[in-house]
Design a protein around this ligand. Structure first.
Ligand SMILES: [Mn+2]
Length: 356
């Protein structure tokens, strides 16, 4: 199936984007909470287009904190200083854009009264998105960075090494090096961007120094992971930012014989879930929505998904929380075929190293 947008289609989309930007002097670009490399790169690219072609001054924002060392390194490399979302005066901006996420989704801190003008994303379309003047949702694409690359190309913008490096990283990380949820468009964007990128800088970003607390957390996750047949469940509690959840889920999907992963952790009054699968059916996004229930938000792609569930006061600690989590684990195992399978810890207790 042909998935790469034709040059004319790209030009039409760009013309529509320009028409929505016309007359604006400022724009706020909203990313998902604790933005990942794809969100950061897509925001940087949209800022470039709005600034270069429409003379619009852009600010970036997101909810939550960026805790992952690689993502902090990327922001620093790009010289970006996103503003904390809760201190913003939304009315000050003539346009509001959302990239790599959508209004109403659980992973974005957008006040429901704020109606974005522009939404560009690669997750399944949400009803709230349809009221934006400009929407470009391509759920088959592996990365929002790929979509933004098509706009940069259509706009005839020379992509400088920093932006090219960020977009390459965005595509790489969302598609696990083009191995997951990848279309021809992602490969085409990657091949065009790679020669313009700075591989040494990218190498430094992906190998950013990790704090020792990272390893302590990782040990905790591995020691507490439980295998149920071909499903695996791991607590990432306590959790400061949701990023470790996604990272642990990616790692645990590599366990031999495992095709479904659920990682969970609590931040404030929310239970966060991260799901991964290497199976074709059901989609991780479908299972995430089911686990989120009516009170929570869940969604995502075929192979990866997430959910956020608000905790009632009685669920914020102790037995109430344990019951909620146990119920979610049971529903996850029933949905993924792990229910009733023998339960065993991922790692056997490690004996102390023998002295020589
Ligand atoms: Mn993405």
């Amino acid at each position: 199936m042909r998935t790469v947008a034709s040059p004319t289609r790209s030009q039409q989309r760009l013309a529509k984007l320009y028409s929505v930007l016309e007359g604006a002097s400022t724009m706020l670009i909203v990313m998902q909470n604790s933005p990942d490399p794809d969100a950061i790169a897509a925001a940087a690219a949209l800022r470039e287009i709005a600034n270069e072609r429409a003379g619009i001054a852009c600010s970036l924002t997101h909810g939550g904190v960026v805790g992952r060392a690689e993502n902090l390194a990327l922001l620093r490399y790009l010289g970006l200083h996103p503003r904390p979302i809760d201190t913003l005066d939304w009315a000050r901006f003539s346009r509001i854009a959302v990239v790599d996420a959508q209004p109403g989704a659980g992973n974005i801190s957008l006040d429901p009264s704020v109606r974005p003008d522009i939404v560009i994303d690669h997750h399944p379309i949400r009803p709230e998105t349809r009221s934006a003047a400009f929407t470009d949702i391509r759920r088959r694409y592996g990365a929002t960075s790929t979509i933004l690359w098509e706009y940069l190309e259509a706009a005839g913008i020379t992509i400088e090494p920093r932006l090219a490096t960020a977009l390459v990283y965005g595509i790489r990380s969302d598609t696990q090096d083009l191995g997951r949820e990848t279309t021809r468009a992602d490969i085409e964007a990657f091949l065009a961007l790679y020669p313009k990128a700075n591989p040494r800088a990218l190498g430094r970003i992906v190998a950013a120094p990790l704090p020792r607390t990272y390893f302590a957390r990782l040990r905790w996750v591995l020691e507490n992971a439980v295998v149920h047949g071909s499903s695996i469940v791991a607590s990432v509690n306590p959790l400061d930012t949701p990023e470790m959840l996604a990272e642990a889920a990616d790692l645990l999907l590599r366990v031999d014989g495992v095709s479904w992963v659920l990682c969970y952790g609590v931040i404030g009054a929310w239970l966060h879930l991260s799901l991964r699968t290497s199976d074709g059916e059901p989609a991780a996004g479908t299972v995430a929505r089911r686990l989120a229930g009516r009170r929570g938000h869940g969604g995502g792609h075929q192979a990866l998904a997430g959910a956020q569930i608000p905790l009632a006061p009685s669920q914020q600690s102790g037995p109430g929380q344990e019951r909620l989590i146990a119920g979610i684990i049971t529903r996850f195992l029933k949905a993924t075929g792990g229910f009733g399978a023998p339960e065993e810890p991922l790692c056997a207790p490690v004996p102390p190293p023998e002295s020589a």
